[in-house]
Design a protein around this ligand. Structure first.
Ligand SMILES: C[S@@+](CC[C@H](N)C(=O)[O-])C[C@H]1O[C@@H](n2cnc3c(N)ncnc32)[C@H](O)[C@@H]1O
Length: 428
């Protein structure tokens, strides 16, 4: 007998074919069985109903979940549409950028061709200068603003900009520049209060002004010739003229042997020759087409000035351009009025000398003693005859009267730099 039939004996009865009951008791018992069956059915039905309710709740949850998933799917679809739009926009922009880059590339190519056809700075045989020139050309070729500001025929202006702003603006470029002279050499030519940057920039400004004066006297360094910086010191102003090194032979001379040695070692674009304290010099007669002397005659006594002027006349060819700076009326007024502090002479000393200066047109105040903070210069000047080195003042009429036998005075510029007068001469 099956396990169910053992625990529930009536089950076998109702699963068996119906039998006639013999007695009312048996019928009664059968009825009881039926009642029990009914109760069981109800229990089963209740169970099934609870199960159905569970299934319905589960179904509802599934429906809700499906709704959620559909909503999420919609969001994802909308996002995908946005992304596609964005991608299309990006692709359009990329196409624009590519077109622009191709355009720039074409323009750069044209510029490179132009540069190759004609150079801003023609090649020179001086390695350091050549390297600076090539770097300058590279910077120029990469910057449209510079090309517009400095067309190819304005190399000197670009050179001025390049040394002033360009090369100093990046450490790796600055390292390509000529080295700065040792401080004691700088102090000898521009005083102890000027640093390396002021030294370089002052030289550029002074050189640029002298360039203009040389042209006024008919000498264009871009067209060739031989140019002398008389009293070049450590080459402060010659650095500006290096831009002409492909066309013009550059020479610097000075009585300062240490400065000449330094220049010879570091400035490859010019030749440097030491001078004796007074003429004659080792320079050949008629050797130069042009000479300039910045802040040299403003320090020499009258007789020595004259001797060096005669020497400059000797070493230049007839018609040569000569530019000499002197301390003139403007400096005298600045010192006497105390607008500029000055030691040799003091304002009082100069004021006392004024009547004679006005009459003769010349005055000289020897330094006698030069004090420097750096020991090299104290030692250096201790060997000098400081009666022959000081501050010299001249007036324009004196220059016109006394120098005219050697030179034609082309122009006299009254302190365009607020300190030195520029005398523009032409060798007779
Ligand atoms: C104030 S510095 C100017 C140097 C240079 N021209 C410059 O502007 O940087 C004067 C120069 O004159 C030179 N000097 C001094 N005595 C001289 C002399 N007797 N004959 C020629 N030059 C002299 C010095 O050696 C010095 O380099």
């Amino acid at each position: 007998m099956a396990r169910d039939e053992q625990s529930r004996p009536w089950l076998s009865r109702i699963t068996q074919p119906a039998q006639l009951r013999a007695t009312p008791e048996e019928n009664l018992a059968a009825l009881e069985n039926l009642t029990e069956i009914q109760a069981h059915r109800e229990w089963v039905i209740d169970g099934l109903r609870a199960h159905v309710a569970n299934l319905e709740a589960t179904l509802q949850r599934l429906e809700e979940h499906t709704d959620n998933l559909e909503r999420e799917l919609e969001g994802v679809r909308a996002h995908a549409v946005n992304l596609e739009k964005l991608l299309a926009e990006r692709e359009a922009r990329l196409a624009d950028v590519e077109a622009h880059a191709a355009n720039l590339e074409r323009r750069a190519g044209r510029r490179r061709t132009r540069l190759a056809e004609r150079s801003m700075f023609p090649g020179v045989r001086f390695p350091r200068l050549n390297a600076i020139f090539r770097l300058g050309e590279r910077i120029w070729s990469e910057r449209e603003d510079l090309q517009e500001r400095f067309p190819l025929d304005r190399a000197a202006d670009y050179w001025y900009w390049l040394l002033w702003h360009g090369l100093g603006s990046r450490a790796e470029w600055a390292s390509q520049l000529y080295p700065s002279p040792e401080p004691h050499l700088i102090h000898r030519v521009v005083g102890e209060n000027t640093g390396a940057a002021g030294y370089l920039r002052g030289g550029l400004v002074d050189g640029w002004r002298i360039d203009g004066c040389l042209r006024e006297a008919g000498f264009d360094p871009a067209r060739g010739g031989k140019l002398l910086d008389f009293g070049a010191g450590c080459g402060r102003i010659l650095q500006y003229f290096a831009v002409y090194a492909s066309s013009c032979r550059l020479v610097g001379c000075d009585v300062d042997k240490g400065a000449m040695d330094w220049c010879g070692k570091h400035l490859d674009f010019a030749e440097f020759r030491p001078l004796p304290m007074q003429p004659p010099s080792p320079l050949a007669s008629g050797e130069f087409d042009a000479v300039y002397a910045f802040s040299v005659f403003s320090h020499l006594p009258e007789a020595l000035q004259r001797r060096w002027l005669e020497e400059i006349a000797r070493i230049t060819r007839p018609g040569a351009a000569v530019v000499v700076t002197v301390h003139g009326r403007h400096v005298i007024d600045e010192i006497v009025s105390r607008r500029r502090p000055h030691e040799t002479p003091t304002p009082q000393q100069l004021a006392r000398a004024l009547p004679e200066l006005e009459q003769r047109g010349f005055a000289f105040f020897p330094y006698r003693k030069l004090r420097f903070r750096d020991i090299e210069n104290d030692r250096y000047y201790s060997t000098w005859d400081l009666d022959q080195y000081g501050d010299a003042f001249v007036l324009e009429p004196y220059v016109r009267a006394r120098w005219s036998d050697l030179f034609e005075v082309v122009a006299y510029h009254d302190a365009p730099d607020d300190w030195q007068d520029y005398v523009v001469l032409r060798r007779r």
